[in-house]
Design a protein around this ligand. Structure first.
Ligand code: COA
Ligand code: ZN
Length: 318
């Protein structure tokens, strides 16, 4: 990746869907994946191998992985979320070899989300890593939730997150994600946390996962970019939210992220028209939810044409 490029990881099929109670048909998920790929997005989280009792939406995780694998062009990376060893096993059995184990850096949210203490989640991670003996191609990412605040414990100190990053690093993990699960973070904190992480661990590929709960999603993304983060999660339509984190709202919308970066001359590789087709498609599949994306709402700027003084001014009237 060049210095002035970003990879937007599309998480709509995972984060975007996990908060939707009605089951979205597997075929619709697959069609959405096709449209997402067609837009030029190169990194896609396709599903979640979690307990179907916890999130029934993902009971078709294996089918989604198998179907999307056949449609994944070279250069596009697909991944799935897992909360435990069982999730990892189900993932590899279905042919998914890039998994992100989710763990909250706050004890309370980790217990609420995956019913484990953070120490238990680290043990789970170690067991997942042991699977590499049988599946050498398995890549395990560590996803840290609630880095910028927890709905139960409030702000989390960067030192706490750094402590987990050090443990993951010692376990050999080189791909880590920092998430603002409920939208507590501000650009100053995001920049500082990211700066601390990339400075201490230059060999780690860090990504940022932001929720636009309080309107700071884009500002936080830019702050992370300025601190050196080049992988940014986004969700088509600004959907998303953790069902086990009260107050969690949608991810920063992919459409808005693409617009911001491209307007700044930072390449995303995404074609906006094609991306909007993905949003339009899903808006037909699921009408009764709140989409949150400025670009979906008003589109990209299109000048209406110059106005000349010819005696009939005020051609354009809102
Ligand atoms: N995939 C599918 N099924 C799973 C599973 C997984 N990853 N992990 C556990 N299960 C099943 C078990 O087989 C068991 O099924 P059974 O009751 O039919 O025997 C049941 O779930 C309970 O297993 P257990 O190990 O006791 O899990 P738990 O009750 O402690 O639940 C989690 C822990 C992590 C599995 C569950 O809380 C979960 O999936 N949470 C999802 C969190 C999430 O996705 N949050 C949003 C993303 S941030
Ligand atoms: Zn999220």
């Amino acid at each position: 990746m060049k210095k002035d490029e970003v990879v937007i990881r599309e998480v709509m099929l995972r984060d975007g869907l996990q908060n939707i109670v009605d089951f979205i048909p597997t075929e619709a998920k697959i069609e959405l994946f096709r449209l997402i790929v067609a837009s030029g997005l190169r990194s896609i989280e396709v599903t979640s191998f979690v307990s179907p009792k916890a999130i029934p939406q993902f009971r078709d995780a294996a089918q989604v992985v198998q179907a999307t694998a056949k449609m994944t062009p070279p250069g596009v990376e697909v991944s799935a979320l897992i909360p435990n060893l069982k999730g990892a096993q189900l993932a590899v059995e279905s042919g998914m070899f890039k998994v992100g184990l989710v763990m909250s850096v706050s004890e309370s949210h980790n217990i609420n989300n995956v019913r484990r203490t953070t120490a238990e989640s680290i043990d789970e991670l170690k067991r997942v890593l042991e699977l590499k003996a049988k599946y050498p191609g398995l890549v395990v990412k560590a996803g840290m939730a609630t880095v910028f605040g927890c709905p139960f414990e409030g702000k989390i100190k960067p030192e706490v997150t750094l402590g987990f990053i050090r443990q993951f690093y010692q376990l050999g993990i080189r791909d880590m994600s920092m998430a603002d699960t409920v939208g507590f973070g501000n650009p100053k904190e995001v920049k500082e946390m990211c700066r601390l992480a990339v400075t201490e661990f230059p060999a780690v590929s860090f990504s940022i996962h932001l929720h636009n709960t309080r309107g700071l999603g884009l500002a936080n993304s830019l702050a992370a970019y300025e601190a050196g983060i080049r992988v940014h999660d986004g969700a088509v339509g600004g959907l998303g939210g953790c069902p086990f984190a009260p107050g969690a709202k949608g991810n920063t919308s992919t459409e808005d992220l693409v617009f911001m970066f491209e307007e700044m001359g930072i390449k995303t590789g995404v074609n906006m028209d094609a991306l909007l087709e993905a949003s339009r498609y899903f808006q037909k599949v699921k009408k009764d939810i709140r989409y949150s994306s400025s670009i979906i709402e008003v589109g990209v700027p299109v000048p209406k044409g110059a106005i000349t003084k010819d005696g009939s001014e005020q051609k354009w009237n809102m």
